[in-house]
Ligand binder design. Structure first.
Ligand SMILES: [Zn+2]
Length: 67
């Protein structure tokens, strides 16, 4: 898949919902960059959830892949 903004190829990673942010992490859980902030409560069931994604950090584009 290519980025809809810059047309460079996108990287596979994982979008992880953590307290305060959606973080983009690699397959080992290493933080790559913070995508978006959110205001979910720490006991929200979405906290800690992960979804495979492709991302372009330069454009802040993240596309979730269907499970
Ligand atoms: Zn891009």
């Amino acid at each position: 898949m290519n980025c809809p903004e810059c047309n460079n190829s996108m990287q596979l990673a994982v979008s992880k919902c953590e307290i305060g942010f959606y973080n983009i992490v690699d397959k080992t859980g290493k933080l790559l960059w913070q995508w978006q902030s959110h205001d979910l409560l720490s006991d929200d069931p979405e906290i800690g959830s992960e979804v495979d994604c492709e991302h372009c950090q330069a454009c802040s584009v993240v596309i979730h892949l269907s499970q």
